[in-house]
Design a protein around this ligand. Structure first.
Ligand SMILES: Cc1cc2nc3c(=O)[nH]c(=O)nc-3n(C[C@H](O)[C@H](O)[C@H](O)COP(=O)(O)O)c2cc1C
Length: 405
């Protein structure tokens, strides 16, 4: 086990709880991150496309479902562990892929991996990350890798070869990004990837010295200019650049035919992320995928894309024996319960864990994970549930404006 992970392990528990004692829910990390990060960077994480309808709805939709508890059940031995794709995890949630994490939080990709390893939950490394995938695999051999693949057989084969050689066992192919989403907020704030240093960007950074010194200066002094390391089989462009653009060409050619090729070449578990239609779930099943992640990319791709939770029951029915995972707007233990009741085997959480990494590194993420775990544990007790398998559709009722009501 790498030394840093052992250190996180040792600090977990009482010491960490004292340091983060004022962080009582995942939202508390978001409020603190808003103060810590430059406006453009907070906007990059917090933002969504166009009207933001897709993101706002994905969070608000949980409010439409009410819970129905069973009382007077002996719930003294509760267990929230779950087996997913042959691995036993301590809780039914993990870390969504988060591009650019290492510019938001110091060593962001690593600290997310360290915390996930200590908490024994999955962490998905993003293709848009700034840390070599080989290093993350060493940090957490159980981490998954998410690829943004072009519709180009040669580049697909080369990339899968690299990911397999590093030792990853689970590959996530993101399907909802044929083109970048229309993120007007980034244009307005001057944020881009790679980052161009304009006077506006420089001023925004200078006004947030704790982030600038603790993340940017520290990264540059210790390891030089970060690069997009994992877009392709070879290293991508540097994070800071006046004129380079990331290589996103041919992503709009990626089709189910390529997924069939990927299935053929990739010997490990294969997950397709970003599906919302039952027809696509049927295609994923036909092609031999092991699971899907229902997701609207946190509202960052197609505006008005439906909230995953609304289509979960039909996706579950279509998936048959495939694993059904989802992400988007999970902020509370009750959100996890609702997602599981509506058909998910597992959920992923994006922004809150990234805010926690920015505020407190691996210890912060571990605290955020402990908050969610404790909420889920308490909710299980209050619902009369001892195991996740006892969560059924009978414990949720749609109470407001549902197309399924
Ligand atoms: C800053 C940021 C970067 C992201 N980068 C990626 C990425 O590289 N690949 C990907 O598949 N999804 C990416 N996503 C989407 C997340 O994986 C996830 O679907 C979404 O954030 C879940 O919603 P939540 O943030 O409400 O939990 C990103 C999201 C954010 C906020």
């Amino acid at each position: 086990m790498p030394e840093q992970v052992i250190a996180v392990h040792r600090r977990a528990g009482a010491g960490t709880s004292r340091r983060f004692g004022s962080y009582l829910s995942l939202r508390d990390f978001e409020d603190a991150a808003r103060r810590l990060l430059p406006k453009m960077l907070y906007g990059y994480v917090n933002g969504a496309v166009e009207t933001r309808a897709s993101m706002l709805e994905a969070e608000a939709v949980y409010g439409e479902f009410a819970l129905i508890p069973n009382q007077l059940v002996d719930v003294s031995c509760r267990d929230q562990s779950r087996t997913l794709l042959g691995n036993r995890y301590a809780s039914p949630f993990g870390v969504s892929p988060l591009g650019g994490a290492a510019i938001v939080a110091y060593d962001g990709d690593k600290v997310l991996a360290q915390a996930a390893r200590v908490a024994n939950v999955p962490m998905i490394l993003s293709a848009s990350s700034l840390t070599k995938l080989e290093d993350i695999h060493r940090e957490y051999p159980g981490a998954w890798f998410q690829a943004y693949l072009p519709g180009d057989d040669l580049r697909i084969r080369a990339m899968l070869g690299r990911v397999a050689a590093a030792g990853f066992e689970t590959l996530v192919v993101t399907a909802d990004t044929p083109v970048p989403g229309n993120r007007e907020n980034n244009v307005r704030s001057g944020f881009s990837m790679p980052l161009r240093i304009t006077p506006k960007v420089a001023l925004d950074s200078a006004l947030h010295p704790r982030w600038f010194l603790g993340t940017v200066a520290r990264t540059f002094l210790r390891s030089g200019v970060p690069h997009f390391e994992n877009m392709d089989a070879t290293q991508g462009p540097p994070m800071l650049s006046q004129n380079l653009v990331r290589n996103m060409d041919h992503r709009d050619r990626l089709s189910w035919q390529h997924v069939a090729l990927i299935r053929d070449v990739w010997k490990g578990k294969l997950i397709i992320k970003g599906l919302l239609s039952r027809h696509d779930v049927a295609k994923a099943r036909d092609v031999g995928a092991d699971g899907i992640i229902a997701s609207n990319h946190g509202g960052r791709q197609l505006d008005y894309a439906i909230s995953p939770i609304r289509v979960l029951p039909e996706l579950r029915a279509e998936a048959k024996s495939m694993a059904v995972m989802m992400d988007g707007g999970i902020r509370r233990g009750t959100d996890v319960v609702k997602a599981l009741a509506l058909g998910a085997d597992f959920v992923f959480v994006g922004r809150p864990f990234l805010y926690a990494a920015a505020i407190g590194g691996a210890d912060g993420v571990l605290h955020a994970m402990a908050l969610l775990r404790d909420e889920l544990d308490r909710n299980m007790a209050l619902l009369g549930l001892r195991q996740l398998e006892e969560i059924t559709s009978g414990i949720v009722r749609h109470v407001k404006g549902s197309p399924h009501a």
